[in-house]
Design a protein around this ligand. Structure first.
Ligand code: SF4
Ligand code: SF4
Length: 200
């Protein structure tokens, strides 16, 4: 509620208040932007001072009056470079080397999908977790609240009757019941206690 109230009041007073001052992703992108060797530079000789870049910037950076974008608020969206009508006025530079926005976007796509492809060929790329075998869990601390009683029985290789006895559960609690929902039937049931009991 405190964050919500701060966000609402801040948003009335400042444009994109949450994105600029509260968003953790924004803070992360800000750090990346600061340490990135790639910088957007405005070539004053080419610039016709139309101001389009400043108007289009989604985080209100005054690009048209800046020589080099160093602000941590820059999210590297490239809206300014793509909307600039004068060729060569805004450039993406790494040292003295210049890049077009398309080359930068392509390199990001290649790095991203290249990483996925490399991990896939090395056999470490997984979309879904590996299924748990019968008896695949030997330490009850690995049990999750979303697992059903039947799954706990299977993963820990404990017959259902024995599981119910150990956890002191009535037989009318269905095997499809998730561990975290057992407390709806047994008032003082806690998943952490169940883990302790099953580890004894
Ligand atoms: S890259 Fe995007 S956020 Fe950064 S200055 Fe240009 S328009 Fe603004
Ligand atoms: S959009 Fe391009 S030409 Fe216009 S002010 Fe910005 S840098 Fe200069």
């Amino acid at each position: 509620m405190v964050i919500l109230i701060i966000t609402v009041i801040g948003s009335i007073l400042y444009d994109r208040f949450f994105c600029k001052y509260l968003c953790p992703m924004g803070a992360f992108l800000g750090i990346i932007s600061k340490i990135s060797p790639y910088k957007i530079k405005r070539n004053e000789d080419q610039c016709i001072n139309c101001g389009i870049c400043s108007k289009k910037c989604p985080v209100n950076i005054d690009v048209a009056n800046t020589k080099e974008i160093t602000s941590a608020e820059c999210i590297n969206c490239q809206t300014c470079t793509l909307s600039c009508p004068k060729e060569g006025a805004l450039e993406i530079k790494q040292g003295k080397r210049g890049f077009t926005p398309l080359a930068l976007i392509l390199s990001v796509v290649i790095i991203y999908f290249g990483g996925v492809f490399a991990s896939y060929t090395m056999g470490v790329y997984e979309v879904l977790p590996q299924p748990i075998e019968v008896g695949g869990i030997t330490d009850a601390e690995e049990l999750k609240g979303y697992m059903t009683l039947e799954e706990v029985s299977k993963y820990m290789n404990i017959p259902m009757d024995e599981l119910y006895t150990k956890l002191n559960l009535a037989k009318n609690i269905h095997g499809n019941t998730k561990l975290k929902e057992v407390k709806n039937y047994v008032e003082d049931f806690e998943v952490s206690n169940a883990r302790e009991i099953l580890n004894k």
